[in-house]
Design a binder for this molecule. Structure first.
Ligand SMILES: Nc1ncnc2c1ncn2[C@@H]1O[C@H](COP(=O)(O)OP(=O)(O)O)[C@@H](O)[C@H]1O
Ligand SMILES: [Mg+2]
Length: 281
């Protein structure tokens, strides 16, 4: 992207106080996927997110960076209401998809989690076959009923996750029999099988060796043609390689949000610069 233009755009996007909603980054042609406004979250008495504002763009990779405990995972879980599963959580503010707040009482959580899938740090295939790991959720959501459709969807998802060639002859072996890197791609296949809009990835490569990591990074680059990806990483090179946009979190706030090129070549805040250059964190 044209970083100067994007920079100007991003600056206007992050000056939320104007109250002017921006649904499209016109110059670069990116449509809005998720709009977050004044999002705060408390675990009991402890406030973990402070007035977070961000526009996440469709079919881009957005990286969340920042020191441990700054709220990256908490923020990610707000996007598909996974914090609902944690006791004593209180949330204020808005997380909008298609103009609807995901926290509104009428929101169907099951449908939301179909639209916003998640991949975790530690690959966590179900204790089922490779085939079932991918076929289960689409069946549950009634996306496929005929056996032939199911077979086709499993193959397509595994192909899109870059795993098909390695597993096509052993689809009925347990998912857990695969290597760590393969298991993570299986989890990605499982996530994309229900055709979500957004895929959340929480440090998806931090448990993997460098070759598996490179494979997943390449995959993210391909998947963003179809999906919006929001990923957490502690690896600055990874953020610089895979992300179009980067948000720097510190103590539960977004200190800087910018296109990745600007963030890494010309950060606008001292804190982001210090973190990126390894001076703290
Ligand atoms: N389930 C939880 N219950 C209470 N506090 C939590 C919980 N999860 C995270 N926290 C706290 O919220 C803050 C943000 O944590 P987290 O979102 O996991 O940060 P990060 O992913 O950036 O390392 C930390 O202070 C952490 O201790
Ligand atoms: Mg985390």
């Amino acid at each position: 992207m044209n970083s100067q233009v994007a920079e100007r755009e991003m600056t206007s996007m992050t000056s939320q106080r104007t109250g002017q909603p921006v649904t499209r980054n016109e110059q670069v042609g990116h449509d809005l996927s998720v709009r977050v406004r004044d999002l705060s979250l408390w675990y009991g008495e402890h406030q973990a997110l402070h007035n977070v504002n961000i526009d996440i763009y469709q079919k881009n990779v957005t990286a969340l960076i920042g020191p441990s405990g700054c709220g990256k995972s908490t923020f990610l879980r707000c996007l598909n209401r996974m914090n609902d599963l944690i006791r004593n959580v209180r949330i204020q503010g808005r997380v909008e998809m298609d103009g609807r707040d995901v926290n509104e009482p009428k929101m169907d959580e099951v449908a939301l989690r179909r639209r916003v899938g998640m991949v975790f740090q530690k690959p966590n295939p179900f204790p089922k076959s490779i085939f079932e790991n991918v076929a289960y959720a689409p069946r549950m959501h009634d996306l496929v009923s005929r056996k032939a459709d199911q077979d086709e969807l499993v193959e397509r998802s595994l192909r899109d996750a870059g795993l098909w060639e390695e597993v096509k002859d052993k689809l009925h072996q347990p998912g857990t029999s695969l290597s760590g890197g393969q298991q993570q791609r299986l989890c990605i296949a499982r996530a994309i099988a229900v055709q979500p809009d957004v895929i959340l990835m929480d440090e998806p490569t931090s448990a993997l060796d460098p070759i598996s990591t490179a494979t997943i990074e390449d995959l993210m680059d391909k998947l963003k043609k179809q999906f919006t990806i929001v990923t957490v990483t502690h690896n600055m090179q990874q953020a610089a390689r895979v992300a179009d946009y980067t948000a720097f979190f510190h103590l539960g706030e977004i200190i800087e949000y910018n296109d990745t090129k600007t963030m890494f070549s010309n950060p606008h805040t001292k804190k982001a610069e210090d973190y990126i250059t390894g001076r703290f964190g």
